[in-house]
Write a protein that binds this ligand. Structure first.
Ligand code: SAH
Length: 339
């Protein structure tokens, strides 16, 4: 059965037109599903009964089962959700001063093959639908009794490897009749699929783009990220430059710090050289060691040194506040252990 949560207001209009029903109900249906979070068509008392019956025969309203919730002392909560076909996916709720941020998955598994990442250890299972991305938001909000104010598409999966669904999700979650999140409160992170970066730039949505760079040059990037075989740093940074010119928006470069792999002061200097003329921000993330991958977190001293080189060279840099370390909150860790 088709998923009712996947349809936008204009999709509903087309369906209703095709059924010779009043298109007026498109907005009404959308509000019930995404505003009031109805779980059955029966609840939609201002929709004629006949139409509700027709809808219930053609559409299902997705729901997710909560398989596990892990809470850490800092308030971070990690959810393992079960989808209708039995697949398990993860999302992480984090509490900040500005509100609640939810990190959602875009795929079950991942095929990008980054060597430090647990999400990719068993490859790609399948893409998630836009409805399944929304469902992570709706399920967590209901369970935790909070309103999520920011969403980062940084959980399992490569969002740009599931581009159409992710774009559909961003538009749905932005719709004011639904969750109504400002695009500025949404972030999408990619390991660097350049055609999609360019397309994303052309869409000109004020969504934050984050790039998982993790290396100052191709040699190091090749050691840790398989995408580097297909896309060189030059090509990646060229696509980033296109994005910045087109949108006038700052890119966030994520840089995992891995002990004695990419964390020396010389490598920081090289990174500075590569980024110095770009409108960007660097977010340093000490690697969350995944024992299966064998990479270690650098010492505090090395982290500080690395950061200082960037600061001294006036590259805007921050260090990611680490949350939920004791609950395996790095991408894919929970899903991996439970499967
Ligand atoms: N595929 C996308 C989004 C998912 S990964 C991407 O690559 O950006 C989200 C972020 O978590 C990426 O920056 C990724 O490199 C990082 N990450 C993966 N494994 C990690 C680990 N073990 N410790 C810390 N961060 C990790």
């Amino acid at each position: 059965m088709e998923s009712a949560l996947s349809l936008s207001v204009s999709d509903w209009k087309k369906v209703l037109e095709g059924w010779d029903e009043r298109t007026f109900y498109a907005q009404v249906l959308f509000s019930w599903l995404h505003g009031k979070r109805a779980v059955s068509f029966d609840e939609m008392t201002n929709v004629p009964k006949k139409l509700r019956e027709k809808l219930a025969l053609a559409y299902g309203i997705d729901q997710a089962a909560i398989l596990t919730v892990q809470k850490s002392a800092d308030g971070t909560q990690k959810y393992l959700l079960g989808l209708s076909d039995g697949k398990a996916i993860e999302c992480v709720l984090m509490k900040y001063r500005f509100g609640y941020s939810l990190c959602i998955s875009s795929q079950a598994g991942c095929r990008m093959g980054c060597r430090f990442c647990a999400s990719t250890l068993k490859g790609l299972d399948r893409n998630l639908t836009r409805a399944e991305m929304l469902l992570q938001v709706y399920t967590v909000e209901q369970e935790a009794k909070v309103k999520v104010s920011h969403i980062v598409v940084m959980g399992c999966g490569e969002p740009f490897d599931n581009y159409e669904e992710v774009m559909g999700f961003l538009r749905l979650v932005h719709d004011e009749k639904g969750k109504g999140l400002s695009y500025r409160n949404l972030t999408v992170s990619t390991c660097g699929l350049i055609d999609k970066i360019r397309d994303f730039a052309d869409q000109d949505l004020p969504v934050t783009l984050a790039i998982s760079l993790h290396a100052p040059n191709d040699e190091v990037r090749l050691k840790i990220m398989r995408i580097a075989r297909a896309v060189s740093m030059d090509e990646l940074l060229e696509a980033c430059r296109y994005y910045i010119e087109k949108t006038n928006r700052r890119i966030t470069f994520e840089y995992l710090l891995i002990d004695h792999v990419n964390d020396s002061p010389q490598q920081a200097a090289e990174l500075t050289d590569r980024l110095k003329d770009l409108l960007c921000h660097v977010n340093l993330i000490p690697v969350n060691a995944v024992p299966e991958c064998g990479f270690l977190r650098p010492s505090e001293e090395r982290i500080r040194q690395f950061m200082k080189v960037l600061e001294d060279n006036h590259i805007p840099v921050s260090r990611r506040r680490e949350m939920g370390r004791e609950i395996d909150a790095a991408c894919g860790q929970l899903r991996f252990r439970k499967s």
